[in-house]
Ligand binder design. Sequence first.
Ligand SMILES: C[S@@+](CC[C@H](N)C(=O)[O-])C[C@H]1O[C@@H](n2cnc3c(N)ncnc32)[C@H](O)[C@@H]1O
Length: 407
Amino acid sequence: MEQVTIERLGHQGDGIAPGPVFVPGALPGEVVEGEIADGVMVSPRILTPSEMRVRAPCRHAKSCGGCQLQHARDDFVEDWKTGVVRQALAAHALETEIRPCLTSKPQSRRRAAFSARRTKKGALAGFHMKGSDVIVSVPDCLLVDPRLAAALPLVEALAVLGASRKGELSVLATVSLTGLDIAVSGGKPLDATLQSELADLARAHDVARIAWGDGVALTRRPAIQRMGSAEVVPPPGAFLQATPGGEAALLDGVREIVGDAAHVVDLFAGCGTFALPLAESARVHAVEGDKAMTAALDKGWRMAQGLRHVTAEARDLFRNPLLPDELARFDAAVIDPPRAGAEAQVAELARARVPRIAYVSCNPVTFARDAAALDYAGYTLDWLRVVDQFRWSTHIELVACLTLTDR
Ligand SMILES: C[S@@+](CC[C@H](N)C(=O)[O-])C[C@H]1O[C@@H](n2cnc3c(N)ncnc32)[C@H](O)[C@@H]1O
């Protein structure tokens, strides 16, 4: 048995003691005791608990691998996430005003990626256990919208119908305005029998749509998401912001940064989360790599009333970023890239000198790299806000304001 004192929280949410020794579930300042193997204390006993420690609110927290930080107070997690962003910026000699973090409510995640397997008695659906491929059922999950937790029997029924004997089914369940939108992967090939069984199941559970593998197996009602005043039917499994509250907070930040810009470019636009609400007051050009998503955005705009003109372009912005002559007409840019960031597109935004940039990021490291490139080109990082739509996890999301200043 060894005793160590935790110095800091690592990026995966483990406590880290000098060595380094990684201690899952431990918080900074805590003295812990246990066996250490390969730099990890596997079953630590907490000798002096931190004031930041709370009893995990969810009864599944011990076994379920879905959440990593239920044992810490919200204000501690908010400070930690803000600190991770501050450190990433400091690595590029950047600092800025960091506004108070906004954390999404429990039970507000609009999407769950469930796993399911057939068992001798039927099927088991839920999330993976921590660091394992064992599935734990999570009927009282406090993270996801209750309509998703209530869908576990449906997910099990999908596994009974369509999982292979030993394989695991992945079931992405999303809350839509018209009912659950389900996208299944890893199942048996879709044949006529399975198709008709899925139709019965969808009727019994009043599901809006089921996609199976690469195709849509059935649509009972269009699976609508509201984006501003527009109604959009995203392709199955398409990117959506994680919580309605997080999306609203990001959009508030984006609106503030874009201000009264008359012509906005939305880069990595998805299905129009920002483009369509911004079109209430500006003309918007939305660019996104996935053709089906730009088609959904375009259709949503065409069916909506009272929006300014929106154009949607499918384009790979890593290989083929918008160039300065294409960017010259815009007063503001919104950019919300995947985790890799947007190095190539940011270089062109800097060359084009688009006056205002709203940068939404899910990765502080690539965000800081891109912000540093903009800083070098004459932009000021005016402020940023961490929007914690990934409550109880180590994921970090932020919105940042960059404006061109003559220095
Ligand atoms: C973080 S999401 C943001 C989507 C949208 N802004 C929203 O809030 O719903 C990133 C988007 O970038 C798209 N994407 C990924 N790689 C891309 C690329 N190389 N070129 C253009 N778009 C890409 C993804 O399809 C996804 O829709």
